[in-house]
Write a new protein. Structure first.
Length: 245
């Protein structure tokens, strides 16, 4: 199983770390296998990070957090920038056209511009295949209850769910992550397309993680829970605990 942080900001938008520093930190300290650089309304830093990724242990997914006129949209595996200011649906369609996967980040946040439960329900009803999922664990939320509510909404709507730190400084990287089968960005893409990923909050105990994994297993079968439990036992506190240092 691999771990990915799918929501990281760099100096290309309002983050404080350069993409080089993010690559060094994520490779040496985080234990993550894959990171996505997702700056506000620019793809530049993400493409640069991917260019440099060959020199680092972590794999890189280019992404972008696009400001739609209905809140943020998180695009992963994006190859061309999408302009801000369009509707959420138009933005998601453009992301799909460019080969990317559109997600609703922090969908229920009261502080970050977000689509909200009502709009998200309508959108999924009208365009069931458009969104690749929602972000059910965001590491930067002030109210953790908003993650719990996003989890409930995700099950309700039958959407895949991801986790990302929404890091704006280096040591926030990995404060939430996405668990997937494999360890490369190609494995991650496959897992995201099948919805076979599970969002993990950081700085919780192994019991909590195990419970999350069981939810995941209920949905996708026993084979995965055995692999996941194996991971916990072989690498207790796994690479996960190292995220704190
Ligand atoms: Zn945001
Ligand atoms: Zn963000």
């Amino acid at each position: 199983m691999g771990l990915a942080d799918l929501h990281i900001h760099s100096v290309y938008s309002d983050g404080t770390a350069t993409v080089e520093a993010i690559l060094v930190h994520a490779s040496a300290k985080s234990g993550l296998d894959v990171i996505a650089i997702t700056d506000h309304d620019t793809l530049e830093g993400a493409l640069k990070a991917r260019e440099l990724a060959a020199h680092f242990r972590v794999d890189v997914v280019p992404g972008m957090e696009i400001s739609t006129n209905e809140g943020h949209l998180l695009a992963l595996f994006l190859e061309k920038p999408v302009e801000p200011g369009l509707s959420f649906i138009e933005t998601a369609q453009q992301v799909r056209r460019y080969g990317g996967l559109p997600f609703a980040p922090h969908p229920l946040s009261r502080l970050a511009p977000s689509i909200g439960a009502h709009r998200l329900r309508a959108l999924v009803r009208e365009h069931p295949k458009l969104l690749a999922g929602l972000e059910a664990e965001n590491g930067a939320l002030l109210y953790l209850g908003e993650n719990a509510a996003a989890q409930r909404l995700r099950w309700d709507l039958g959407l895949a769910a991801i986790g990302g730190s929404d890091a704006h400084v280096l040591n926030e990287i990995g404060t939430a992550a996405t668990l997937f089968a494999g360890n490369t960005s190609a494995d991650l893409r496959r897992a995201l397309e099948r919805g076979e990923v599970t969002p993990l909050p950081a700085q919780r105990d192994a019991r909590y993680i195990r419970r999350q994994l069981k939810h995941f297993a209920l949905r996708y079968g026993l084979r995965i829970i055995q692999a996941a439990e194996g991971l916990l036992e072989e690498e207790p506190r796994l690479r996960w605990k190292r995220l704190d240092d």
